[in-house]
Write a protein that binds this ligand. Structure first.
Ligand code: 13P
Length: 284
C-alpha cells in the first residue's frame, strides 16, 4: 500500500532502525526494489529525481509504482528526491507522490525556509509528508555538483531553527557523506549527528550519499538518530556491472530480457543486503 513517510519514519526512529530510500528509473529498478523489500517484509521508499522524471515520464513512473504498491503487502512511499523547486514538488504531490523532498538548501537560509514552508503547506493539506535539507553534501546528484571544498556540515542550531521555521517532517543533514562514488573511505561526524538528534529528537534524520558507506558506519549512524538512508549509486553499480559482465560473457546474445533480468536480480540482492544492515526487515 502507498502511505506517506510520517508514521513509517516515526516508527523507525522510535524503534532504532532505518528505512531504505532507493532511486528508481524504469520498470526493472521498481520491480527489483519491490521484490527485495517484499522478500524482507520491510517498508520501502521508492525515489524519483527530476532526471528520472525526464527520462521515464512522471505519469509512467507513478502508474508503475501505484500498481506495484497496490499488489504488495508492505508500506510503500513514493518520494520526490531532491526536488529543486516548489513547482515540481507541487506537480509530484498532484500526481500522487506521498512524500516530497524540497531541496533548496543551496539558497540563503531565509529563501530555503520560504520555499520549504510553501511546500509544507501544500503537502500537509493533502496528507503528504515533506523532507528538506540544511547544509551541503559534496558530490554529484541528479547532475548537480557540489565540490568538496563547498560542502558544508549541518550545524546543530541551524537544524533546530530550520525544523521550527518550516514544519518539515524529516531532515536531511550533511555529516560527511557525499553523493556518487567515494574516492577514499567516507568519515562521518557521529558526534555532530548525535548532537543534532538530541536537539530535535522528534524529527527523523535522513542520510543522503549512503552508497559506499561501510555497514558499521551505517549501523552507528542509525544508533545515533538516522531513520532514512538514501541509496542510488550502489544500485546503479550492481546493475551495470552485472549486465556488462553478462554481455561480455555472451557477446552474441540478443536476449534483452536475460540481460536486463540479470541486472534486476543484482539490484534485488543489493536491496536485501541493505535492508539487513538497516534493520528494517520484518517491520512492514
Ligand atoms: P548515493 O549516490 O550515495 O547513492 O546517494 C543517493 C542519494 O543520496 C539520493 O538522494
Amino acid at each position: 500500500m502507498l502511505v506517506n513517510a510520517k508514521q513509517v519514519l516515526a516508527a523507525a526512529s522510535r524503534e532504532g532502525y532505518a528505512v531504505g530510500h532507493f532511486n528508481i528509473n524504469n520498470l526493472e529498478t521498481i520491480q527489483a526494489i519491490m521484490s527485495g523489500a517484499t522478500a524482507k517484509k520491510s517498508p520501502v521508499i521508492l525515489a524519483v529525481s527530476k532526471s528520472a522524471i525526464k527520462y521515464a515520464g512522471l505519469d509512467n513512473l507513478v502508474a508503475l509504482v501505484r500498481l506495484a504498491a497496490q499488489k504488495a503487502d508492505i508500506p510503500v512511499i513514493l518520494n520526490l528526491d531532491h526536488g529543486p523547486s516548489v513547482e515540481l514538488a507541487r506537480e509530484c504531490i498532484d500526481a500522487g507522490f506521498t512524500n516530497v523532498m524540497i531541496d533548496t538548501s543551496g539558497l540563503p537560509y531565509a529563501d530555503n525556509v520560504a520555499a520549504t514552508r510553501e511546500v509544507v503547506a501544500y503537502a500537509h493539506e493533502r496528507g503528504v509528508s515533506v523532507e528538506a535539507e540544511i547544509g551541503a553534501l559534496a558530490g554529484t546528484e541528479d547532475n548537480i555538483s557540489v565540490a568538496e571544498q563547498d560542502a558544508r556540515y549541518t550545524k546543530v542550531e541551524e537544524a533546530v531553527s530550520f525544523v521550527a521555521d518550516t514544519g518539515i517532517d524529516s531532515l536531511a543533514i550533511a555529516i560527511g557523506t557525499a553523493h556518487g562514488v567515494y574516492k577514499g573511505e567516507p568519515r562521518l561526524d557521529f558526534d555532530r549527528l548525535l548532537a543534532i538528534h538530541q536537539a530535535i529528537p522528534e524529527t527523523p534524520l535522513v542520510l543522503h550519499g549512503s552508497s559506499g558507506v561501510p555497514a558499521e558506519s551505517l549501523r552507528e549512524a542509525i544508533k545515533r538518530g538516522i531513520a532514512k538512508i538514501n541509496i542510488d549509486t550502489d544500485l546503479r553499480q550492481a546493475f551495470l556491472r552485472t549486465i556488462n559482465a553478462k554481455m561480455n560473457a555472451e557477446p552474441e546474445s540478443v536476449d534483452l530480457r536475460a540481460i536486463l533480468g540479470a541486472g534486476r536480480e543484482a539490484i534485488q540482492h543489493t536491496i536485501e543486503a541493505k535492508i539487513d544492515i538497516f534493520g528494517s526487515a520484518g517491520r512492514a
